[in-house]
Write a protein that binds this ligand. Structure first.
Ligand SMILES: Nc1ncnc2c1ncn2[C@@H]1O[C@H](COP(=O)(O)OP(=O)(O)OP(=O)(O)O)[C@@H](O)[C@H]1O
Ligand SMILES: [Mg+2]
Length: 369
């Protein structure tokens, strides 16, 4: 088994570090505050949150994880959210009776041949109304009335924007600010949207949660993790080589594991030491594997967007300055602004303060080639 994993979230002894962040999140949430976790793509937000939920559960806090990504309509929100709450219930009867008292929805249980219950919702209205959604949003608070605290995690929370015209964002804010037994943790992979939601003065969630910015994992600890995992397969990697691998991955946890997994696969029984050539060869192999995909991705953009993408791959600082525009043969600030909006929406370009960067180090290298 490859000891490195980049497919699923990091758990158990595959998860390292983040002790301080875990403690801070646990304390903030169990202390009755809401929090938003911000970090660029693939920094390990979801993995960290699962760790935090594990700790909170140990302290007797019920945690409900809810991913907004599969929510495609308000009906699906009502159904998926109530199902997620139902699954967490130990007192299932009580929960069913609370939901039964809501005006426009009826909980429904169906049983498979093995006797397992499947929870769903019947709607008593042709289109789900604001008041039904409002009722459902109050369920976490109602559920926890026996004194138990509850934490609800909304992952991919930026997807709430799909329901902009319905006003879900304001409704949710107005509901959760009245909750005491229920606290909320928000995170999402589209950082610029999450930042806008929580840090722009004109948005409902402005100032509604503590903001926690997640940074990369400390290099020394990553080196130790890599060395231990390789050592179990009788492979040595010295600290300089670990740091080289980390820098190839731009120190992003996901890409560190991706390169490490590729290196592990590359090693043969008579190869015991990871060298710089091996790391570089494995890095190049991944780009090679992804070449067609990257090419298609790149080809979708207009000439102006392509030029900007390549410029940002070289450097994403002061991109509106006349020097940057001249050096990269771009048209002008307003054209950059338009292209940038498309590139950010695609998720390929990310922003940190006023600097822009390509989130995927392999794609960045592809662009530079
Ligand atoms: N603390 C950690 N220990 C070990 N590996 C980690 C850790 N955090 C993240 N990783 C690595 O990064 C990968 C991505 O982690 P995760 O899905 O939690 O990130 P994310 O920030 O939620 O990503 P996205 O922005 O795509 O939602 C994991 O599969 C794992 O390989
Ligand atoms: Mg995630």
């Amino acid at each position: 088994m490859n000891p490195f994993n980049y497919i699923s979230i990091a758990r158990g002894d595959g998860f390292y570090d983040r002790a301080e962040e875990t403690e801070r999140l646990v304390k903030t949430l169990s202390g009755g505050n809401n929090i938003v976790l911000l970090a660029p793509r693939r920094y390990g937000k979801t993995s960290l949150v699962f760790k935090v939920m594990e700790e909170l559960e140990k302290q007797g806090v019920d945690c409900v994880y809810f991913d907004m990504m599969p929510v495609y309509s308000l009906e699906s929100f009502v159904e998926l959210f109530t199902s997620a709450l139902y699954r967490k219930q130990t007192a299932k009867e009580k929960f069913l009776s609370i939901v039964s008292k809501l005006k426009n929805i009826r909980p429904k249980l169906t049983f498979d041949p093995a006797g397992n219950a499947d929870f769903s919702i019947d709607f008593n209205e042709p289109r789900v109304s604001v008041s039904t959604v409002a009722d459902v949003l109050d369920l976490p608070e109602k559920m926890s009335q026996d004194g138990r605290k509850i934490v609800v995690v909304f992952d991919e929370f930026q997807e709430i924007r799909r329901f902009g015209k319905f006003g879900l964002e304001s409704l949710m804010r107005s509901k959760i600010q009245l909750h005491h037994a229920a606290n909320y943790l928000f995170l999402g992979s589209k950082t610029h949207l999450m930042q806008d939601m929580f840090m722009a003065k004109n948005r409902p969630f402005y100032n509604s949660a503590m903001v926690m910015q997640l940074s990369v994992l400390p290099e020394a600890d990553t080196c130790r993790f890599l060395q231990n995992r390789f050592a179990a397969s009788d492979i040595r990697i010295d600290e300089t080589m670990c740091r080289h691998l980390i820098s190839r991955a731009d120190n992003i946890p996901y890409y560190i594991q991706l390169i490490a997994a590729e290196v592990w696969q590359y090693m043969t029984p008579d190869l015991h030491d990871v060298t710089k050539d091996i790391v570089d060869e494995c890095f190049a192999r991944v780009i090679e594997l992804k070449h067609d995909y990257y090419f298609e991705l790149f080809d979708r953009f207009s000439p102006a967007q392509k030029r900007l993408l390549q410029s940002i791959a070289r450097s994403g600082e002061n991109i509106f300055s006349s020097e940057y525009i001249a050096n990269n043969r771009l048209v002008g600030a307003s054209s950059i602004q338009k292209s940038l909006a498309v590139l950010i929406e695609s998720g390929l370009v990310e922003r940190s303060d006023s600097t822009y960067f390509i989130g995927d180090p392999f794609f960045r290298r592809f662009l530079l080639q």
